[in-house]
Design a protein around this ligand. Sequence first.
Ligand SMILES: [Zn+2]
Length: 107
Amino acid sequence: MDSSLKPVIKRQVIFVGASLGAGLLLTYFFGFFVGMAANVAIFVAAIFFIRWRQQKALRSLGLGSQTAGRGFEQEGVKLKYVCLSCGAEVKGTKCGACGSQMKKPLF
Ligand SMILES: [Zn+2]
């Protein structure tokens, strides 16, 4: 089940690597300070882009399959969910206590 998620993770790693490479190239061509500023900007943008992508993936996978949701958590996404109906901690996609799918993330 995890194998279906691996390509997504791999693409994200490649994406971060590519943005770092682009930052290094900018540093090389435009000098240290401009390059560093661009590097940081690209890196922050990449992180925001990945977070946005993960939220989208989580939403589509979380509603589809419980195994995919668990697999995603094991990949190091540190999000805790709390059931909206009974307040219990939710592992996976459904509340273990009442079976509700309504949950909210804790940060
Ligand atoms: Zn519940």
